[in-house]
Structure formats: structure tokens, C-alpha cells
Ligand binder design. Structure first.
Ligand SMILES: Cc1cc2nc3c(=O)[nH]c(=O)nc-3n(C[C@H](O)[C@H](O)[C@H](O)COP(=O)(O)O)c2cc1C
Length: 370
């Protein structure tokens, strides 16, 4: 049954993925003080490449050093191409393509890292509000500058040897804030209607296409739903997915939730459906772009059944690849390794933070050879 997961997939840009199992983005928190990747990144990605995934997506790389999600995030710096090249070579020499995930946190940046965050509108985060400074609204000139930064970071990724980039437009970060009616109260061309809320994302996609060659893959990670009152909901998410499809992107990764919901790192078990399976059922008939469904996949037979049924094309795996870094190779060999996941006290807001810390420490141990 799991044979279908071993089948290749050719993307619109011509990139060939060897199988249907994708290592989804996980911030490594391993960068230098200047935001550069280190030999620990290289060791970690070499390990994942040897683990048999058909595609690796890096943890989020910041397009602006002044706006970071976490202190040790990688930052895109045009003057340090060699360090990104060493990072990606560790995986690509094993024949596994790597996408660099590009992100701007907008208002979701801790105040100790950014005292003056920006957002589509001056709407403060409600959950854990003391950790985050109130954002100010971006002006149009700044929006144009942010679009250009996404494009130059993508060009840097291409020069460094990455097979493509994934634009992070999910989880409540800046591009996702633009999509959210709750955070985007703008009255100019970047807000108001659903179409205007999606404008910056479409501009980012076009600018990246212009700055990179036709064979360079372009993926977008999108929330099916923010799971937050007043946030992005499925109907608007489908509309933006269709626009991205028309723009000719190569891959669309479906996820959900923001800092204000615990959906993103919710409970998962082999007996449960992956988190956003029902959303993908609604989305699939609406667009032709290959879909990655990420979140909660724990049962290889169910993964294969979903792909066989055409629900989605690729299976995104994050925490399972921290627990068992060669899980794809083992699934494709017909093994069923146990995934022993820790349980955390189910306190809203705290559970995700604890899980993030636990998995970050574990992936750092993998980088050190554990
Ligand atoms: C330690 C950790 C770091 C993460 N960092 C990112 C990130 O940088 N970008 C992103 O899009 N998602 C990030 N995620 C979310 C995962 O990509 C994925 O959507 C989520 O873990 C659900 O998938 P899973 O059930 O396979 O773990 C992170 C998750 C974890 C556990």
C-alpha cells in the first residue's frame, strides 16, 4: 500500500522529487549571532537527506535581520553566500532537493528582539500580549521594500544552490497577517477586500519569479484556516490558493493556525486524521497545483491512502522526523517505526511553547550527532 509514497513527482518548474515524503519546515535555532548557518545545520540536513525524504524544506529564514521570530534564526544576507551554499550542499550531494523557507514575522516577533514590529495594521497580539510589542502599520513604500527583500532572498537561495524557496504565508506571520481580516484593516490597495488582502502575497510570488530562473521551484505555505475568531477562513483561503495556482507556483503546502491557536502543534496519533484533511478535501477540486498536506500525519497506511485517493500529492512531516530522522526511508521499506511523542500539560498557549522547545532541543541534539 505504501508503494505510492515511493513514486516520483515532477513539478511545473521541472524539478523531480524522488518520493512523496517531505520534511516540513522546522526552525533550527542554530544560527550564529549574525544569523548565518553553521556546520551544525549542514550535519542536520545531511542526516535528513540520508533519511530518505523526497524534499527538504529548511526552517524559516528571515528576510530582514531586524525582524526575526527567534534569536538564532538564519537570516538571508547577500554578503555570506558561502555559508548557505555549504548548508544546502550537505543535502543536495545526496540527491535530495532543498527549499529555503522565507519569512517575515510581522507582529509575531518577541519584544526583546524587536521593539518596533510592523504589521498590516496596528493590531496587537492578544495571546501572551506582554511578550510582543504593539506593531505599527506599514506604509506602501515599506510594503514594496518587503516584496523586494523576499525576491532578493530567493535570488540568494538560488545562487547558493537551493532548488527553490517556500514563501511562509501561514501561522500568523506577516503575509498571513495581510490575509487575515482581523489583522488587516487597511483601506488602501493592500486591504479591504479579500483580493486586496492577498495582493502582497501575489506580488511576492511575481517578484520571486522575476528574480530567479524558470527551473527554480516556488512553493507557498498557506493556512487553510487561522482557527482564530475573525481570522482567515477556508473560503478566502481557497480563493487565494486559486490565485497562486494561476500564478503558476510549483507547490502549495497546507497548514493552519497562528500564535493565537494551538492547532499547529495539536495532538496527533496514528488513529487520528491528519489535522487539515477535511480542508484539503474542499481545496483539492479547486486547484491543480501539487499540494503538500502537513500536520498530524502519523500512520503510513493512511498517508498512502490519502495520496492514492488524490486528496493531496505530498505528505509533510515535521515532528516525526525529529523523533525518527530516517522515517521516510523506513516507511518506504515497509517498516512501521514507533513514534514516541511526549505529552504536555494541555494549557492553552503553554502547550505549543513547551512542544516547540522540546522538539527544538531534540533537533539540535540530532545536529550534534545524537
Ligand atoms: C520545532 C518546530 C519548529 C517549527 N518551525 C517552523 C518553521 O520555521 N516554519 C514553518 O512553516 N513551520 C514550522 N513548524 C511547524 C511544522 O512545519 C508543522 O507545520 C507542524 O509541526 C505540524 O506538523 P507535524 O505534525 O508533522 O509535526 C515548526 C514545528 C516545530 C515542532
Amino acid at each position: 500500500m505504501t508503494n505510492i509514497l515511493g513514486g516520483p513527482l515532477v513539478l511545473r518548474c521541472g524539478l523531480v522529487l524522488g518520493n512523496r515524503l517531505v520534511k516540513s519546515a522546522m526552525a533550527e535555532s542554530l544560527a550564529t549571532d549574525h544569523g548565518l548557518p553553521t556546520p551544525r545545520h549542514a550535519r542536520l540536513y545531511e542526516r535528513w537527506a540520508q533519511g530518505g525524504a523526497g524534499l527538504l524544506v529548511t526552517g524559516n529564514v528571515m528576510i530582514d535581520p531586524e525582524h526575526r521570530v527567534a534569536a538564532r534564526d538564519v537570516v538571508a544576507r547577500a554578503d555570506a553566500q558561502g555559508s548557505y551554499a555549504a548548508w544546502v550542499a550537505s543535502a543536495s550531494r545526496h540527491g535530495v532537493p532543498v527549499l529555503m523557507q522565507l519569512n517575515h514575522p510581522g507582529r509575531q516577533t518577541p519584544r526583546r528582539l524587536c521593539a518596533h514590529p510592523v504589521a498590516p495594521s496596528a493590531v496587537k497580539l492578544e495571546r501572551a500580549a506582554w511578550l510582543f510589542a504593539a506593531p505599527r502599520a506599514l506604509d506602501e513604500r515599506e510594503i514594496v521594500g518587503i516584496v523586494a527583500r523576499f525576491a532578493s532572498a530567493a535570488a540568494l537561495a538560488e545562487r547558493s544552490g537551493f532548488a527553490g524557496v517556500e514563501v511562509h504565508a501561514a501561522h500568523g506571520y506577516l503575509l498571513s497577517q495581510f490575509l487575515s481580516p482581523k489583522v488587516n484593516g487597511r483601506r488602501d490597495g493592500y486591504g479591504g477586500t479579500a483580493e486586496a488582502r492577498g495582493r502582497i502575497l501575489v506580488e511576492v510570488v511575481r517578484a520571486i519569479r522575476q528574480a530567479t530562473s524558470p527551473g527554480f521551484a516556488l512553493a507557498v505555505k498557506l493556512n487553510a484556516d487561522d482557527f482564530e475568531r475573525g481570522g482567515l477562513e477556508l473560503a478566502d483561503s481557497i480563493a487565494i490558493a486559486r490565485r497562486l495556482d494561476d500564478e503558476g507556483i510549483d507547490l502549495l503546502e497546507i497548514t493552519g493556525g497562528t500564535y493565537a491557536s494551538d492547532t499547529l502543534l495539536g495532538r496527533a496519533s496514528p488513529g487520528r486524521e491528519p489535522y487539515f484533511a477535511q480542508y484539503v478535501r474542499a481545496l483539492r477540486p479547486q486547484c491543480a497545483v501539487p499540494l503538500i498536506l502537513t500536520g498530524g500525519h502519523r500512520d503510513p497506511d493512511r498517508m498512502a491512502a490519502l495520496v492514492a485517493a488524490g486528496a493531496h500529492d505530498l505528505v509533510g512531516l515535521a515532528r516525526p522526523l525529529v523523533l525518527v530522522p530516517d522515517l521516510p526511508r523506513r516507511i518506504l521499506a515497509g517498516e512501521r517505526p514507533a513514534l514516541v511523542e511526549p505529552t504536555f500539560v494541555p494549557i492553552p498557549g503553554v502547550v505549543s511553547a513547551l512542544a516547540l522547545r522540546w522538539y527544538t532541543q531534540r533537533l539540535q541534539a540530532l545536529a550534534d550527532g545524537a
